[in-house]
Structures are given as C-alpha cells and as structure tokens.
Design a protein around this ligand. Structure first.
Ligand SMILES: NC(=O)c1ccc[n+]([C@@H]2O[C@H](COP(=O)([O-])OP(=O)(O)OC[C@H]3O[C@@H](n4cnc5c(N)ncnc54)[C@H](OP(=O)(O)O)[C@@H]3O)[C@@H](O)[C@H]2O)c1
Ligand SMILES: [Zn+2]
Ligand SMILES: [Zn+2]
Length: 352
C-alpha cells in the first residue's frame, strides 16, 4: 500500500479539501496510473451532496472523479496491454465479476457485481473506492482504456463518462444519417451528445433553457436550437423526432419532450435528477412511444468510442481548472454555467 494526494468531501455540506488516501500496490494484473486530468461530472456533484441517497448513499470521506486520463507509471507482472509511459484512461467502472452474461457480452455496466470507480465497496482495501481527484490510481488492466495519441488530454478526460454515456444510447437506438435527433440540456453530457449525433450524420436539434448557449449549440454541431421555455418553438416539433436524449440534471417536464416523438420514437434518460419525474401515460400510448434509460457503456464500447473520437478528432470543450478551484466549479455546475465540462489539471495537486 502507498499514500497518494487527493481531494475529498467530508460531508454533504462541506467543501472538498486536500487529503491523503491509501492505494494498493499494483497486483499482477494491475496498472498504476499518474492522473494528469480528471473531468468533473454532474454525478460527482450529486454524489458529494448525497442527492442520490435513496439509491447510492454517499460514504464519507468521498473522493469523486470518473473521467480519468493519465500515464502508466507501474505495471503488475501479468499485465500485457500496457507499458510504463503509455497513456491510459479510466472511466466509471474499475472491476466486475467477468463471469456473468453481461460481462461475457462486454456489457460490464450491467454486471450485478460491478465496482464503480468511487463510493463503491473496495474489494482490495475494504472501505470504499476512491476516484480520480487524486495523484494516482491503481486499476485492473481490463478496466483501463487506451487513449488515441492525437487527442488533447484535458478534453479527452470527459469522454470517459460524458462521452460514453451519450455515445452508447445513440448507437443502441440507431442514430444515423436521416434521423431527427434531439438533445435536451447543453451541459457536459449534452454537448458530447450533439457532437456524436452530428458525427453520425443525424439532423440534430438542441433543447436548452439557456438562450445564451444558442450560438455554441450551432458551433458544436446542432442544426437547430430550441429554447425549451418557449412553448411556440416547442410546438413546431410535435410528433417529429426519432430519438431524444435527455441529459438534464434537475427536475423538468419530460412530457413536453415525449410529445415531440414520432411513431415508435424513443426518449432515453441519461440525466439522473434527484427527484422522480412524472410521466403522462397517454403521451407514450399515442404513437407507441417509448421511454428508457441508459447507464454509461461497457469496456469494449468505451474503447470503440475513444477510437472513434481519435479518428474524428472529437474531444469535450473544456474549462481547465486547478484542483483548488473545484468548489467554485461545483457552484457553477449547479447553475448550468460551464462551457461545457470542467477538466481538472492534476499537476495542481502536487503543491498541496
Ligand atoms: N446515465 C448515466 O450513466 C450518467 C452518466 C453521467 C452523468 N449522468 C447524469 O446526467 C446528468 C447531466 O450530467 P452533466 O454532467 O452533463 O451535467 P451538466 O453539465 O450540469 O448539464 C446538465 C444540463 O441540464 C440543463 N439543466 C440544468 N438544470 C435544469 C433545469 N432546472 N431545467 C432544465 N434543464 C436544466 C442545463 O442545460 P441548458 O442550460 O442547456 O438547459 C445543464 O447544462 C446528471 O444528472 C448526471 O448525474 C448520468
Ligand atoms: Zn459521470
Ligand atoms: Zn459480470
């Protein structure tokens, strides 16, 4: 075991602060990574503030962070896929049982024994797992991804959650050329959704509550932008969408979007607001519409997404911050004020 620097939250109401945590020494199949950048996901904020207490209560101290890129510093004796010096990335999962049908299908996100990167029982050290707001992390090589060399690392970090969480449902629901696709909420996930839907050739419409994001939405790849608080603008699109991705982090009226779907249209929730959403049955019944959800993505698909981003030079639009600004960043994230993902430069942790 060894000690490494980190930032943690001590409770739902205290700011994150500098601390030291224990990591395991790499076992035979482990890769040790020096973390260079870690994105700030709205899930970090939900988790730190214990907003998901019904489903995933937070264990304190909590070290968030599941959008990790870095460089390999040490490998275990049996590691074959990485060498010291390689770029490496870790997303929302660090382990699973590898034996269940989901794991065998490369869909580890559905494994009943999957281990999330933070706030999950740690099989090695007991206690809970600690995430990427830290100097280094040790992860089984099967949960470590390769980062295409051409990608900017600060902008690549958010691909590990915001990227895969939007890429995966769009693949599943066949977002391709000729489809009309909506993206609701232009935040970290939403802006990646726009980039992917555009890259897949769809006609992309962004729904935003922030009129000032309109120009950015068009620059990011949207064909149209609708300010969702404007009922007339919404009405024009009733019954026309094949697929809508809902990436909103707060309470909102999902029925307004269900109405916009055409026959057999689907709306997929990736946003995970604290409170339950209410759904009007007839919105779904008419037009045989469907509502579903989607969690992150499996390891093979995450690598596929990273390779796709490498081939198309896609990264997140980031505001790079030192770790000392993390609490300020959380305040801004809560107000939907980020362009469009914070990425923490972990070199800043060395001075703590
Ligand atoms: N399913 C998964 O596996 C998964 C993975 C990662 C994250 N998530 C969840 O996805 C959600 C989004 O995460 P994120 O990191 O993209 O968050 P984010 O950067 O804060 O973006 C959320 C966006 O939602 C919109 N929004 C915020 N408050 C709103 C309100 N009151 N009414 C309507 N729209 C509002 C804003 O867009 P506009 O300004 O454009 O309206 C905001 O930028 C979070 O709940 C997060 O926990 C789920
Ligand atoms: Zn996330
Ligand atoms: Zn499994």
């Amino acid at each position: 075991m060894y000690q490494t620097k980190a930032y943690s939250a001590g409770s739902a109401t205290t700011p994150l602060a500098s601390t030291t945590i224990t990591r395991r020494d790499p076992t035979d199949h482990d890769v040790q990574i020096e973390i260079l950048f870690c994105g700030i996901c709205h899930s970090d904020l939900h988790q730190v503030r214990n907003e998901w207490k019904e489903v995933m209560p937070t264990v304190y101290p909590c070290v968030p962070g599941h959008e990790i890129v870095g460089r390999v510093t040490r490998i275990g004796g049996a590691v074959t896929r990485f060498q010291p010096g390689d770029l490496a990335a870790v997303g929302c999962m660090v382990d699973s049982d590898r034996t269940c049908p989901a794991c065998k299908a490369g869909l580890e996100q559905f494994c009943p024994n999957m281990t999330l990167t933070y706030n999950f029982p740690d099989k090695h050290l007991h206690g809970v797992t600690y995430g990427g707001y830290s100097d280094s992390i040790v992860v089984d090589e099967n949960f470590v991804l390769h980062v295409p060399a051409n990608l900017d690392l600060a902008g690549a970090a958010p691909l590990l959650c915001a990227g895969i969480t939007t890429y995966s449902p769009m693949k599943h629901w066949c977002v391709t050329k000729g489809r009309k696709v909506g993206v609701v909420g232009l935040g970290g996930l939403g802006h990646m959704g726009v980039k992917f839907a555009h890259a897949f050739g769809a006609h992309v419409v962004v729904f935003t509550t922030s009129p000032k994001k309109k120009d950015d939405a068009l620059r990011l790849g949207a064909d149209e932008v609708v300010v969702s608080r404007n009922a007339d603008e919404m009405k024009k699109h009733v019954g026309t969408f094949d697929f809508i991705l809902d990436a909103v982090a707060a309470d909102h009226d999902i029925n307004a979007y269900i109405q916009l779907l055409g026959r057999d249209g689907n709306i997929t929730l990736v946003g995970a607001p604290e409170k339950p959403l209410s759904v009007a049955a007839f919105g779904l019944i008419f037009n045989r519409r469907s509502l579903s959800g989607s969690p992150i993505g499996g390891i093979p698909e995450t690598q596929e997404m990273l390779d796709f981003c490498g081939a198309h030079n896609i990264t997140a639009d980031v505001e790079v911050i030192p770790i000392q600004k993390v609490n300020e960043a959380y305040e801004r994230l809560a107000k939907a004020d980020v362009k469009y993902r914070f990425s923490i430069d972990m070199a800043s942790l060395k001075s703590e």
